[in-house]
Each structure stands twice: as structure tokens, then as C-alpha cells.
Design a protein around this ligand. Structure first.
Ligand code: GLU
Length: 552
């Protein structure tokens, strides 16, 4: 009786691994093409750090004419939640990051290297486990959880490393005959890897991001197939990334310390190991303490947060690229109008320690991204967001033609308006252009330098009666405000006022402010000329009358 007999007893139906090696051949890709994957577990929460990894992995594949695929790692069925896969697939879609291969809905997939859901790959893992057993490189372990616990206690008492290794690995040396008998007797078991490693030897590993790292060899006989017949993460990683022909494993740096084990698994399975790039987590400054963005404490840790807030997809992606490669910022400054896809992303230039998440900066990028959009794009994005999150805004946007005129204010020129950082701010930023909204609440007019009620009333009346005309071009429009200022005894030029402050009550800018506040009840708005053009004389007049009434 030998290892082969034992392997056949345990996995009688498993295929020979040559079947899978042929079924999933090396990919036929151009030289230098990189194959990457995003491999989340469907636990119901897509972390911004996950999206960050996916963005980096996708970027690298795209740049080299390679493949980026999505694999669902659902072998820990206790942690799985309903709709977990849909959540992952939709998050990638929401960020225009749909994979080239892999899961595209909860149940459907594309690509020739599937199934891309680990729970559907049971027979593949078993074939490779069978192969290892037949080589004497894996074995059935009959230790119960209680025995495992006992071993651990003894190790702690003896002050040695815990785990299943060396002399502590009780089932490692069970003879084939003995194991055979136990299995025939119906004893339950799991499958462990028989590690050839020694803790007192070192391995050198060169990580693309972390650089050179030294580790002791792995000597733990880790579980490869669990009692439920599914593989552990480690084993599935080796089998899947080999058969899916991943060239670069880009993942969170919590896995860095598992590299010795993973390299060993690849070696014992006869696979060529992939290159590894371990990404540092996104950090948060919590009152001076740097800590990981936490699923429990930080709403911005969830990818869904960005969608709900309406932070533009491209702002989030640019921001992530910005923390991925610190050279991005300079590149963006030098190339304000290029698509971010043109940025020459470098995996090996990612920072070794975790970048701090900065919401202020993200929203600032949001402002720039939105400022570069056409009115039509702003409209479409706002509409899409409103459909899901804001019925009132949705209503406001029903008159598309008018909305386009509102969004068109100060847009498409050299210095476009930069007042909107996310779609959830649109309503506030356009509200005053809608009469029903404007008149539905008591407006507070906070006049500034010119606060004299009589003066304000005079300015408004004079302006609408004598100076305003819908057909004036911008220069004429402004010249008229200057004239009005002069007629009322204010300086027509700011310069004049500054030269002789004693001679005037205020200047033309202050007169403009009165008009602006009476018109919108706000001190800050985009270009007033354009606002007036959209409102037209009758609506302007009505707003002035309302403002005058409010003075009394
Ligand atoms: N399922 C693993 C995780 O979510 C994937 C790690 C990897 O990318 O290999 O942490």
C-alpha cells in the first residue's frame, strides 16, 4: 500500500491534474503583458481599500495589454452574506472598472479560465490535493479541534511557537496503512500540507512594492482542504492563480507574511510562482493617531459611501491614483486636460507604508472633475444620482432645457465654476435658480458693506427701471452697473475708491453685491451676468420686489 492508494481512497473521483493543466493553458498574450486579479470575499462590504487594490491591478493589466479578472473567494461559507457577489460586481461597474474576465453578475461569468467562483471549483482543488497526497506531500489529519486546542496549550506552557509543525504535527507520520484504516472506519479528517520547510532557514523574497524581505521558511503543516471539502485561502490561492495564469498577485499587505508558505506551495505543486506586490492599507488620521480605515468606525471605508454621497467616480479614481503614485499630482498639474488613463502608473513606485486618506483633497479633486464637465454631463450625472437618492432634486431636473441653462452658467470657459464637489451638493448650488424653491422659504438677505435700507431699495429700483436690459452683452451690463454706482454716489472703480476712500460710501463691487444678494439671497454665486441672463427681466424684477419687501 502506498501514497497513491491513500490518495485514491480519499478522492476516488478526482481527475488527474494533467486534465486541468491542458484545459487552462498558458495565455497567449503579447510579451510583457501582465495578468492580475481582484479576489474579494463576498462578505457584504466592499472596502475602499479593496477598490484601491482593484484599481491598481486593473491599471497594471491595462497598461501592458494584459488581463484583469474578478475571482470570488467564497470558501469561508460562514462569512458569506446574501448578495455579496452582486455587491462586488456592482461596485466595480459603478467605478467603470468591470473586469475583462470573471464574475459579471451573481451567477454569470465570462472568460476561459473559470469557474471564477471558488465554491464551484471544489473538484479542481481536490484533484491537486490528491496529487499532493499521492506524492507524499499532503496527508489526512485526524486531530479533533479539542486535540488541536490541547497542543496549543502545551506549546504555550513550553513557550514555543504555536501551530501544527515538526514534532507537534501528530498525524504527519501516521503510516499509510494506519491512515487507510482510520478512513475506512469512518473517522473524520482534514487534509494538511506536509511542509518541507525549516524554521531556522531563511528565504529571500523580492516584493514589487515592499522590496527585499527576509523570512524564516514556513514549517507549518497548514490545512489545505477543510472538513467541508473546500480549500483554505492559501491552497486556493496557489491552485487558482496558477490555473488562471495570474502573473502578478496584487493584494493587501496583511498577506505578506504568508509569502514563504505560498512560495512553498507553488514549489511543491510544481507551479511557477507569480510575482507579488503587497499594498499597504489606506490609513486615517484619528486625532493624531494613524490607524487603518475601519469598517466599523469610518463611513468612508465603504465603497457604497462614495456612491451615496455622489462623489464623482473619476474623482475617487483620481484620488486613489494620487495616493498610489505620488508622482500623479505633478503629472496632473502639468496635464490638466488629459485623461487619467494616460498617466504612466508604476507599481514599483507605490509607497511602502500606508497613505493617509484625505477627504478634503478628494472633494477638491471632485470640484475640479465636475468643473471640467459639460452642462450635459453635469445634468446626466446629477439626474442619475437624484433618481436614487433625492426625489426633490429629481423633480427640479425634469425641465431639462432649463436645467442645462442653469448648469451652463460659468461653464465651458477658461475658468469654469468650481462650486460643486459632489452630486449631493447640486441641489444647494442650483436651488436659488428655481422660483418655487426660492420663494418657498423665508430668505435671509445678509447685506454687507451697503446695508442702508433706503440705499438698497434705491439701487434695486433704479437698476431694474433704468439700467437692466436682457439684450446687453456682458461689458455693457457691467458698464451700466458702474453708471448706477456713480449715480448713487459710489465709486465707479475699485481703484478710485482705494485712492480716495474718504470720498465715497462704497464702490461698484459693493453695489454688485447688493444686486447679487437681492437676486439670490446669497453672497457667493457664480457669474451674476449669466444668472441674470437665465432669469430674465421679469423674474429679476420680482426678486427685487421681494427683497425690498423684506427690508421693511
Ligand atoms: N480573499 C482574499 C481577501 O479578501 C484575497 C486576497 C488576495 O487577493 O489574494 O483578503
Amino acid at each position: 500500500m502506498d501514497y497513491k492508494d491513500l490518495a485514491n481512497l480519499i478522492f476516488p473521483d478526482a481527475k488527474d491534474i494533467s486534465y486541468y493543466e491542458e484545459k487552462y493553458p498558458e495565455r497567449n498574450l503579447p510579451e510583457g503583458a501582465i495578468v492580475t486579479r481582484f479576489a474579494p470575499s463576498p462578505t457584504g462590504f466592499v472596502h475602499i481599500g479593496g477598490l484601491y487594490q482593484a484599481l491598481v491591478a486593473r491599471e497594471v493589466a491595462k497598461k501592458t495589454g494584459g488581463v484583469f479578472f474578478l475571482r470570488v473567494e467564497d470558501t469561508d461559507q460562514k462569512r458569506e452574506v446574501e448578495n455579496g457577489v452582486t455587491g462586488i460586481v456592482n461596485s466595480l461597474k459603478d467605478f467603470d472598472m468591470a473586469p475583462d474576465e470573471g464574475m459579471i453578475t451573481d451567477t454569470e461569468e465570462i472568460g476561459n479560465y473559470g469557474p471564477y467562483k471558488q465554491s464551484l471549483r471544489k473538484e479542481i482543488y481536490q484533484a491537486y490535493a490528491k496529487y499532493l497526497i499521492s506524492q507524499g506531500k499532503a496527508y489526512p489529519c485526524f486531530c479533533t479541534p479539542e486535540e488541536g486546542e490541547e497542543i496549543r496549550k502545551k506549546q504555550e506552557a513550553a513557550k514555543v511557537r504555536t501551530g501544527y509543525y515538526g514534532v507537534w504535527a501528530k498525524c504527519r507520520n501516521i503510516t499509510v496503512e494506519e491512515a487507510y484504516k482510520k478512513i475506512e472506519n469512518g473517522e473524520s479528517y482534514i487534509i494538511r500540507f506536509k511542509s518541507p520547510g525549516r524554521e531556522d532557514r531563511k528565504i529571500k523574497h523580492k516584493d514589487i512594492i515592499k522590496g527585499n524581505v527576509d523570512f524564516p521558511e514556513n514549517d507549518q503543516d497548514i490545512v489545505i482542504i477543510k472538513a467541508d471539502g473546500l480549500p483554505t485561502y492559501h491552497f486556493a490561492h496557489a491552485v487558482d492563480d496558477h490555473l488562471m495564469r495570474t502573473t502578478h498577485v496584487i493584494r493587501s499587505d496583511e498577506w505578506l507574511s504568508s509569502v514563504p508558505l505560498h512560495l512553498q506551495l507553488f514549489h511543491e505543486l510544481g507551479f511557477k510562482a507569480p510575482k507579488y506586490a503587497h499594498i499597504s492599507p489606506i490609513m486615517k488620521n484619528d486625532n493624531g493617531n494613524k490607524r487603518k480605515l475601519s469598517k466599523r468606525k469610518d463611513p468612508e471605508a465603504a465603497v457604497s459611501y462614495y456612491k451615496e454621497e455622489g462623489i464623482p467616480v473619476n474623482a475617487v479614481k483620481e484620488y486613489l491614483l494620487n495616493i498610489a503614485n505620488s508622482t500623479f499630482e505633478n503629472w496632473r498639474r502639468a496635464n490638466p486636460d488629459k485623461s487619467m488613463d494616460e498617466f504612466d502608473f508604476q507599481l514599483n513606485k507605490m509607497s511602502v507604508s500606508g497613505a493617509l486618506f484625505d477627504m478634503v483633497k478628494l472633494l477638491d479633486i471632485g470640484k475640479t472633475v465636475i468643473s471640467k464637465m459639460t452642462a450635459e454631463e453635469v445634468y446626466e450625472n446629477s439626474l442619475k444620482w437624484a433618481e436614487e437618492y433625492d426625489k426633490e432634486l429629481l423633480e427640479m431636473l425634469q425641465d431639462k432645457e432649463y436645467a442645462l441653462r442653469v448648469f451652463g452658467i460659468e461653464r465651458g470657459n477658461k475658468k469654469p465654476r468650481k462650486d460643486i464637489s459632489k452630486w449631493s451638493e447640486v441641489k444647494y448650488n442650483i436651488e436659488y435658480m428655481y422660483d418655487d424653491k426660492f420663494y418657498s422659504k423665508e430668505q435671509e438677505y445678509q447685506y454687507q458693506v451697503i446695508a442702508d435700507k433706503e440705499d438698497i431699495e434705491k439701487i434695486l429700483n433704479l437698476y431694474i427701471e433704468k439700467y437692466y436690459n436682457d439684450n446687453d452683452d456682458k461689458q455693457t451690463w457691467f458698464d451700466k452697473i458702474k453708471e448706477l454706482a456713480g449715480e448713487m454716489g459710489y465709486a465707479k472703480e475699485v481703484k478710485e475708491f482705494k485712492a480716495n476712500p474718504g470720498m465715497y460710501k462704497a464702490h461698484v463691487g459693493d453695489v454688485s453685491t447688493v444686486l447679487r444678494i437681492a437676486l439670490t439671497a446669497r453672497a457667493n454665486t457664480p457669474d451674476m451676468y449669466e444668472i441674470m441672463q437665465v432669469l430674465g427681466k421679469d423674474r429679476i424684477q420680482k426678486r427685487f420686489e421681494t427683497a425690498i419687501k423684506n427690508l421693511k
